[in-house]
Design a binder for this molecule. Structure first.
Ligand code: ZN
Length: 202
């Protein structure tokens, strides 16, 4: 699936000078909320992702998404898979399962994000599920930013990928662009200042 085309069409492939949540800088930013604001597009993407998961014979009972970014993608994936959907959220900086969501012992979970970069938040959500007695059978995202290895891709994971290599990761496409350490950032060197996506209305 041509994820890049879909993001560009939705004006969700932003160009500028961005400060990412990891502290790194990038010229581009993927604003998934803009893609998922159209339920038809969200449904179509989730169906394609569900199809990949079905084909691999992964059986899951529930989708869990790290809030906020993963919730819409996770909910649509759960709809496509006809399973339950919950989310994990940060409480005092730590990912937790709240709101009365239950995790049964041995319940099988797919952790779903909008985009997986290094997989940090997804891994934290997975730990919250495992600590509550659940089993993480897969990770999923609409797109892989190219740091982790997605199922079916010949591209290997980079050392910065935080996802475990013994749990499959499903994504519709790879979506790669450079990110920089602030001190190495060519945009900073050219004199501009990085800003957080969302802080200027995007
Ligand atoms: Zn910079």
């Amino acid at each position: 699936m041509k994820i890049e085309k879909i993001y560009k069409k939705a004006d969700a492939y932003l160009e500028g000078h961005f400060l990412l949540s990891s502290g790194k800088h990038s010229q581009y930013y993927l604003q998934s909320a803009k893609v998922l604001e159209d339920p038809k597009v969200a449904g179509k993407l989730a169906k394609a992702l569900a199809k990949m998961i079905h084909k691999s014979d992964i059986q899951a009972d529930t989708v869990c998404a790290p809030a906020l970014g993963g919730i819409l993608a996770g909910y649509e994936l759960a709809r496509a898979l006809k399973i339950r959907s919950i989310f994990a959220e940060r409480v005092d900086g730590k990912m937790a399962i709240r709101r009365g969501f239950e995790v049964k012992k041995g319940e099988r979970f797919i952790i779903c994000e909008d985009i997986i970069t290094t997989g940090g938040s997804a891994l934290e959500a997975a730990s919250a599920i495992e600590n509550a007695g659940g089993i993480v059978v897969a990770f999923a995202a609409l797109a892989n930013r190219g740091f982790c290895k997605r199922a079916g891709s010949s591209q290997e994971a980079k050392p910065t990928c935080k996802l475990p290599n013994d749990v499959p990761f499903f994504a519709l496409d790879d979506f790669e662009f450079e990110i920089y350490e602030p001190q190495m950032c060519p945009l900073c060197k050219a004199g501009s200042i990085a800003y957080k996506p969302g802080s200027r209305g995007n």
